[in-house]
Design a protein around this ligand. Structure first.
Ligand SMILES: Nc1ncnc2c1ncn2[C@@H]1O[C@H](COP(=O)(O)OP(=O)(O)OP(=O)(O)O)[C@@H](O)[C@H]1O
Ligand SMILES: [Mg+2]
Length: 266
């Protein structure tokens, strides 16, 4: 069953179309990634789906609720971890979570238990009474995920949850996210610039360029779509976005030519 659907979802900033007629259907319980170069419209899409930004045209529904006319219904069933750090450094992990427990209307007599469970689930039990500003980047990300899932959302949006984390920190975050899906059936919609991560974790991927869908499918579908033996997701990314990179001032073609030359030279 589909949990999220967009129809020609679009957002312009002045004359510039950041998201351009996006049609997506996401199934319940999927781990779904939006990939694409910087500025391709991933965060803008997520901001529209989380009701924080109004679409210019087009529409979307989550669990049947409309993102324009039923914002409050949507806000109750989603969790969101923004691209920029959102935890309050002047509060402890425990205090950060208690604040959100109130915001999400978790009944007073169950709050403490729910917060402690969430901290434990994210592996933050030992640091829960330390100030968040003393946390490592990975701990902060886990705290934000705990925060955004306190109310057991149906759909969790994660905008670059592992950017800036070391490989161990990334793995810990992903272990917890996959456990979340397993335990509560949460649908996960995320962005990342790490192709290996998307390849190993996601059920399906939508690759965006300039606000449009370049291709959508499972990691295996995407790799099979380009004519290259043993293609990786990085090859797929470059295949569909090379023009975009060229136009944005980067000299991908020069690099590619250079590489070919050097491999010929051995
Ligand atoms: N508030 C804004 N005003 C004007 N332009 C904006 C605004 N927000 C985003 N944009 C532009 O819209 C485009 C899409 O931005 P968006 O943040 O959605 O990209 P992204 O795919 O998330 O990129 P990144 O990988 O760098 O996070 C970019 O060209 C950006 O400059
Ligand atoms: Mg972004």
């Amino acid at each position: 069953m589909s949990i999220l659907e967009t129809k020609k979802l679009s957002r312009s900033y002045g004359d510039f179309k950041a998201v351009d007629d996006l049609d997506l259907t996401i199934a319940e319980g999927e781990i779904f990634a939006l990939l694409g170069p910087n500025g391709s419209g991933k965060s803008t899409t997520i901001k529209m789906l989380t009701t924080l930004l109004a679409p210019t045209t087009g529409d979307a529904w989550i669990n049947g609720y409309n993102i324009k006319t039923q914002k409050n219904d949507i806000r109750r069933i989603i969790g969101y971890v923004p691209q920029m750090i959102s935890a309050d450094g002047s509060l402890t992990g425990y205090e950060n979570l208690m604040l959100f427990a109130k915001l999400y209307d978790i009944p007073r007599n169950g709050r403490k238990q729910r917060v402690e469970e969430a901290l434990k689930f994210m592996g933050l039990e030992e640091v829960m009474h330390k100030l968040a500003k003393e946390y490592s980047g990975g701990m902060i990300r886990r705290l934000e995920i705990a925060q955004s899932t306190l109310h057991r959302p149906l759909v969790l949006f994660l905008d670059e949850p592992t950017t800036g984390l070391d490989p161990i920190g990334r793995n810990v975050v992903w272990e917890h996210i996959t456990a979340l899906r397993k335990q509560f059936g949460t649908t996960i919609i995320m962005t990342t610039h790490l192709m290996e991560e998307a390849d190993s974790i996601c059920d399906r991927i939508a690759l965006m360029t300039r606000g449009k869908l370049a291709i959508i499918g499972s990691p295996a579908d995407l790799k099979a779509s380009i004519e290259k033996e043993g293609a990786t997701l990085e090859d797929v990314f470059i295949h569909y976005t090379a023009d975009n990179l060229k136009e944005s001032g980067s000299s991908f073609r020069d690099v590619a030519r250079g590489r070919k030359t050097s491999s010929r030279l051995g």
